[in-house]
Design a protein around this ligand. Structure first.
Ligand SMILES: [Zn+2]
Length: 160
């Protein structure tokens, strides 16, 4: 079985676009298990597959209400807005104030390949959106004002 370990910024894998999972098999279930181990051991509340070096559209989250895993998650619609300082396991010691919708409808497959559609709100919605960002190569530093990005030492990453 493949070995997975946490990747840190500026590892290029964090900027790649992940591919949809074609089949939810034991490899994917193993990946979810390993991801949750890494997330819990670092006291995180969410993790996306690229953060452990694999470009599959798989995310997990647990804000203290149990583990959620989503395969090929897709935001259908959302509303409201809210700001919160976010951190990221791949960018230790960095926080960025990020505006996100308060409530989103998301469609995904669970680890038994069952398609689900559900509304998620508050912190769960925030974490899920943060993790879906990872699947698209987007990081919290992308939400920081340009002046802060300079301080965050991501000048080589500026997309302007
Ligand atoms: Zn993150």
């Amino acid at each position: 079985m493949k070995k997975y370990e946490l990747k840190f910024y500026p590892d290029p894998v964090l900027r790649k676009i992940s591919s949809p999972v074609g089949k939810v098999d034991n490899t994917i279930r193993h990946l979810i298990k390993k991801m949750s181990k890494i997330m819990y051991s670092r006291k995180g509340i969410g993790l996306a597959a690229p953060q452990v070096g694999t470009l599959d559209r798989v995310i997990i989250a647990d804000i203290g209400e149990g583990l959620i895993s989503m395969i090929n998650p897709e935001i259908l619609t959302g509303f409201g807005e809210d700001y919160l300082e976010e951190g990221c396991l791949s960018l230790p010691e960095t926080t960025v104030n990020v505006k996100r919708q308060q409530s989103v409808f998301v469609r995904y497959f669970d680890k038994n390949e069952k398609e689900k559609e559900t509304e998620i709100v508050g912190l769960t919605a925030r974490v899920v959106k943060h993790e879906i960002d990872h699947l698209n190569g987007v990081l919290i530093v992308d939400y920081a004002p340009i002046s802060d990005r300079l301080k965050l030492n991501v000048i080589n990453e500026l997309k302007i």
